[in-house]
Design a protein around this ligand. Structure first.
Ligand code: COA
Length: 155
């Protein structure tokens, strides 16, 4: 386990530190989009229809080395369609801190948050080619339910 690392809810002071971590996970997003989305998450004023949560993993020295963004979805593939589901929207641990249980601590915090909101299931997704993420999900108790290609059409 990673010594001295704690997971807690994110707060506005974490905003700056979250930018590079988010950019590493979602490089296609602009700096401005990252800043806006972080601000929305941390202030609770984001344009999200369901509750959201942001957890950070912090070293004893105060460095933010991981984050997890979660929300509730009305349903998710493979889950009970009659009950909202806790959903992992973003999950990242800085390279030097991986395989030490930090990702698992973040998932556990999100699961507890969703449980407290009455959820009976947690769901997530990842890119088909992201083997590490697939293994980490399975290693932490998720089961694979589907492989999909998403489409969009503007109306
Ligand atoms: C996915 C990620 C968040 C996991 O974080 P982590 O801190 O390494 O996770 P943990 O140390 O808690 O690992 C938990 C379990 O997942 C599995 N696992 C994690 N990384 C693995 C790897 N590289 N290979 C095989 N299994 C792995 C193991 O079962 C591990 O338990 P163990 O170490 O006791 O065997 C991290 O690898 C990461 O940030 N990757 C890049 C971003 C990303 O892909 N995010 C997910 C997108 S949805």
């Amino acid at each position: 386990m990673a010594p001295g690392i704690v997971v807690r809810q994110g707060c506005p002071e974490d905003g700056q530190a979250l930018v590079p971590l988010r950019m590493a996970l979602w490089p296609d997003c602009s700096l401005e989009e990252h800043r806006n989305e972080i601000e929305g998450q941390l202030s609770g004023a984001g344009p999200y229809p369901f509750p959201t949560a942001l957890f950070v993993a912090v070293t004893a020295a105060g460095e933010v080395v991981g984050f997890l963004e979660a929300d509730l979805r009305s349903h998710a593939d493979g889950c009970d369609a009659t009950c909202p589901v806790g959903y992992i929207e973003g999950w990242f641990v800085a390279e030097g801190y991986r395989r030490q249980g930090v990702g698992g601590m973040l998932i556990a915090a999100a699961e507890q948050w969703a449980r407290e909101l009455g959820c009976l299931e947690m769901a997530s997704d990842t890119w088909l080619e992201n083997e590490v993420s697939i293994r980490a999900h399975v290693g932490l108790g998720f089961e694979e339910v589907d492989r999909v290609v998403n489409f969009r059409k503007k109306l």
